[in-house]
Design a protein around this ligand. Structure first.
Ligand code: ATP
Length: 358
């Protein structure tokens, strides 16, 4: 099912929760709604589900305007953060529930439950009640319940937030595999950029009710539209330096010796003179001489195959991410080159962000 959001806007009195969102989600795509707390992700999802009515704009499923359709007539499966299972029912009864509401006969119900339970690897748990299941198992049951009616659309609102890191990875891999297998159009709300990057075909990154960028994880990471997008994606985050643009060169304001040829610098916004140079931690390389940057290591964090070095500058400390193939010491001098940088405008306080006009 193809989903189109056209000029979608939601106001709660004077709060503009969602402002003029325009996106098309293709049939079979997995799209993440990503952004910080309060940016309008859940409200957007609730409007798609038919739980909230838009103040302006409309939602189309395969070209049909959904305005007059109640939630139960939208052919959607939904999964929430808090599982929302019925505690007095077994897992099997919970999964059967939507089929029972549609008066599906018991034999067919059980067949469908067995089918979906197998896909989610919960067959052995079907006789248990939610209180006898772990968080991850409960969420598998909730996903099975959302999918058992074979809906055309699956909506997930922070489904793995209550689970520990390892389980989150396991479940998100499984949901992605299942989503691809079923070819179901899926929208997944999260504020976790790593989660969004790892499972999405495309990401809708929102801030203050507005879409800042809609594209593949790679596009958002490597071709950010503005400073907000660049900062939101990446861990450790992108380093920022105040800089000045002068004749084919970019110079760091507080480190006048740090000069970069424009060849390796991507202009995200047009800057007049002063701007912000963003350099991702992995976009540095260590050289033995003629480095563009001379710095000293202030702190070291080792992570197995990688090492994060916090390095000194007169602007602000910055992080360099390198392969851990050498022992670094605090106080070591480093010569670095920049493989790629991003130049953002800074003379405008919005820094290229798309914001609500209140
Ligand atoms: P979170 O990640 O914290 O769930 P979110 O990105 O999903 O946040 P929303 O829940 O969509 O954000 O909220 C967007 C804005 O709308 C927030 O400022 C919120 O306070 C406001 N809002 C949401 N629901 C209501 C409501 N029923 N009444 C008034 N304001 C609301």
């Amino acid at each position: 099912m193809k989903i189109q959001l056209k000029h979608l806007t939601k106001k709660f009195k004077d709060v503009v929760a969602v402002q003029d969102v325009n996106c098309t989600i293709e049939n079979g795509e997995m799209v993440c709604l990503l952004g910080p707390s309060g940016c309008g992700k859940s409200t957007t999802l609730a409007m798609i589900a038919g739980l909230e009515m838009p103040t302006e704009g409309a939602i189309y499923f395969d070209g049909q305007d959904m305005s007059g359709f109640e939630a139960e007539h939208r052919d959607i499966g939904m999964v929430f953060q808090d599982y929302a299972l019925y505690p007095h029912m077994t897992a099997s009864e919970n999964i059967q529930f939507p089929l029972k509401m549609k008066s599906v006969k018991k034999k067919e119900r059980l067949e469908k439950v067995n089918q979906i339970a197998e896909m989610l690897q919960i067959t052995k748990l079907l006789h248990r009640k939610p209180g006898q299941l772990s968080g991850g198992q409960q969420q598998r049951v909730a996903i099975a319940r959302a999918l058992v009616k074979q809906p055309k659309i699956l909506l997930l609102d922070e489904p793995f937030s209550n689970l520990d890191a390892r389980l989150r990875i396991e479940l998100r891999e499984d949901i992605r595999t299942l989503q691809k297998k079923l070819g179901i159009t899926t929208i997944f709300v999260t504020h976790d950029q790593e989660e969004a990057m790892s499972i999405s075909d495309r990401i809708i990154l929102m801030n203050q009710g507005c879409v800042q960028q809609y594209g593949t994880p790679q596009e958002l990471y490597r071709s950010p539209n503005n400073l907000f997008v660049a900062r939101f994606l990446g861990n450790p985050p992108i380093n920022m330096f105040h800089c000045i643009s002068e004749k084919q060169h970019i110079r760091i304001l507080k480190e006048p010796d740090w000069r970069f040829k424009e060849d390796n610098i991507i202009h995200v916004n047009e800057i007049s003179e002063k701007g912000i140079l963003g350099i991702r931690p992995e976009d540095f390389s260590v050289v033995s001489d003629c480095g563009q940057i001379h710095t000293k290591i202030a702190a070291i964090q080792t992570l197995g195959k990688e090492v994060y070095l916090r390095c000194q500058s007169k602007d602000a400390p910055f992080i360099v991410c390198l392969r851990w193939d050498k022992d670094y010491q605090i106080g070591d001098l480093l010569e670095l080159n920049v493989n790629r940088g991003y130049l953002f405008l800074a003379d405008d306080e919005k820094e290229g962000m798309i914001l609500n006009e209140k």
